[in-house]
Design a protein around this ligand. Structure first.
Ligand SMILES: Cc1cc2nc3c(=O)[nH]c(=O)nc-3n(C[C@H](O)[C@H](O)[C@H](O)COP(=O)(O)OP(=O)(O)OC[C@H]3O[C@@H](n4cnc5c(N)ncnc54)[C@H](O)[C@@H]3O)c2cc1C
Length: 473
């Protein structure tokens, strides 16, 4: 987004604030009363809170857990402080970069500090360079030159029918709200390309997840790449010291308006003011409420009057995908020199990625989609054993040299319920327009309410949208 867009947005917010603020001057606040209650102290909730506070409104943010940040979580349990959630700040992340500037955070131009990747396909280690000519590469024609982790994006880049980032929400896009499998077949992808893509899908099986969000993601990423030009980092930055610094900085700006351990259980919209109730028995009155809780958590909040129609169906039925991580350490020195393959691995086996850090002996196993649900069904101590057995099989040089450090599963974060939303075919066109609707005095935000953006920028985009709607009401 250009600076002029950002400037324009700020002027809109300032203008709306001026008219709203005038009405606020004489208002006195009783305890637990505010203009806006925000459910959730993730990026979307905190950004909405900042905009509304800047506009002169009194805001209370209720966070259900003892940690703010939601899917932004720099782990304090390991010296490397790895990110369990968001890391990469894309070149077009205007809001995230604006907040980082305001907080005087330093950004450094790089993605994760992870060693280069080799492939493990059908149990064979293959270098990226050898992939096009490998006998284990059973893809066809032009597909052969594309490493498996880049296959879906390569099809999207070459065959994307969307031209602008908001096209996916237009009525014409309905015809594209089909499964990943059907779309890939319609453009002539081979069975093996389809299999490899399916092995790495974050969401449900390729037959059960819509291609439309991937077309929008892909278009947005292609635009980012064009903007980044020849920069070695791809225009991607990260926060020095960890992404959670964004969260702590925003909370500092919000003073004492963020309350922890306040799990919201009910929102009553039947009176002149909304009443939000928490599991600890506390209640909060406000003119408006913004709910940023991901749907697996939102569906457990009793909303009165209840949501209706497609909006209710979206909240109840939308699936959330999962990402699990298992952290291991090794004492095998530069083991990649011994077996001759790059240190990190992309695999079509039960573990999707092994990411070897370049600055320590830490290996992060990343398991996504249905594979992560299978892993999560194991007892916590068994998960590391399962991953160690798999990695030892792929790389015999690591036999007896691995030890477990920690597991993390986004599915098992009770108030989040997964790493991101997952649209079944046909549900983008049915759910999305309804998901954006406000309900009485209740507004919605969260990454799942993205329009043009992706990731952290989408979370802030949605928070801004809810804040602007309230200011305009
Ligand atoms: C593994 C992973 C990697 C990622 N990598 C990137 C990346 O590199 N770049 C990028 O841009 N994005 C990335 N993302 C996406 C990014 O993290 C999210 O888009 C963003 O953090 C979502 O913010 P949110 O506010 O919408 O939701 P959340 O962060 O989920 O926040 C919701 C908050 O609401 C709280 N809550 C829920 N229910 C209740 C309740 N009943 N009462 C009170 N509080 C409640 C939760 O505890 C939580 O704090 C990644 C995400 C994951 C999981």
């Amino acid at each position: 987004m250009s600076t002029s867009h950002l400037y324009h947005r700020r002027r809109v917010i300032a203008g709306l604030a001026a008219s709203f603020g005038a009405a606020l001057v004489p208002r006195l606040y009783a305890a637990n009363r505010s203009d806006v209650v925000i459910i959730g102290a993730g990026l979307s909730g905190l950004y909405a809170a900042l905009l509304l506070t800047d506009a002169g409104l009194r805001v209370t943010v209720l966070e259900g857990s003892s940690r703010a940040g939601g899917r932004v979580h720099t782990s304090g349990d390991m010296p490397e402080a790895p990110e369990l959630g968001a890391t990469e700040i894309g070149p077009l992340y205007a809001r995230v970069r604006d907040v980082a500037r305001r907080l005087k955070l330093t950004l450094e131009p790089r993605g994760d500090p992870v060693a280069p990747f080799a492939l493990a396909v059908r149990g064979q280690l293959i270098s990226i360079e050898d992939w096009p000519v490998s006998e284990f590469n059973r893809t066809v024609g032009d597909e052969r030159t594309v490493p498996p982790p880049a296959l879906l994006q390569s099809f999207v880049t070459r065959r994307n029918p969307l031209a602008r980032p908001d096209d996916w929400l237009e009525p014409d896009a309905r015809a594209l709200d089909v499964s990943v499998r059907d779309w890939l077949r319609s453009i002539g992808a081979s069975d093996e390309a389809l299999r490899l893509i399916n092995e790495g899908l974050l969401t449900a099986d390729a037959g059960a997840t819509s291609i439309l969000p991937s077309l929008q993601d892909g278009l947005r990423m292609d635009i980012s790449r064009r903007m980044a030009g020849s920069q070695a980092s791809g225009g991607v930055d990260r926060v020095v010291g960890g992404t959670s610094k964004l969260i702590t900085g925003m909370i500092d700006l919000l003073d004492d308006h963020v309350l922890m351990n306040r799990r919201v259980t009910a929102v009553d919209l039947t009176s002149a003011r909304a009443v939000t109730r928490c599991a600890d028995g506390s209640t909060y009155e406000s003119d408006f409420v913004i709910a940023t809780a991901p749907f697996p958590s939102l569906r457990r909040i009793a909303i009165e009057p209840a949501l209706r129609g497609a909006q209710a169906e979206a909240v109840t039925r939308m699936r959330w995908a999962n990402t699990s991580q298992v952290f291991l350490r090794h004492d095998a020195g530069e083991y990649w020199e011994q077996d001759g393959f790059a240190a990190s691995l992309w695999s079509d086996g039960p573990v999707n990625l092994y990411r070897q850090r370049i600055d320590s002996d830490l290996i992060t196993a990343v398991i996504v989609g249905r594979k992560s649900d299978a892993l999560d069904r194991l007892a916590p101590e068994e998960r590391a054993n399962f991953v160690i057995r798999d990695l030892e099989q792929q790389r015999p040089v690591l036999r007896g040299k691995l030890r477990p450090v920690m597991n993390h599963s986004w599915r098992q974060q009770e108030l989040i319920g997964g790493c991101r939303h997952d649209f079944a075919p046909g549900t983008v066109s049915r759910f999305v327009p309804a998901m954006f609707e406000s309900h009485e005095r209740l507004f919605f935000a969260g990454e799942h309410l993205r329009r043009l953006e992706i990731g952290m920028e989408a979370a802030m985009e949605s928070g801004e949208h809810a804040a602007l709607e309230i200011l305009a009401t």
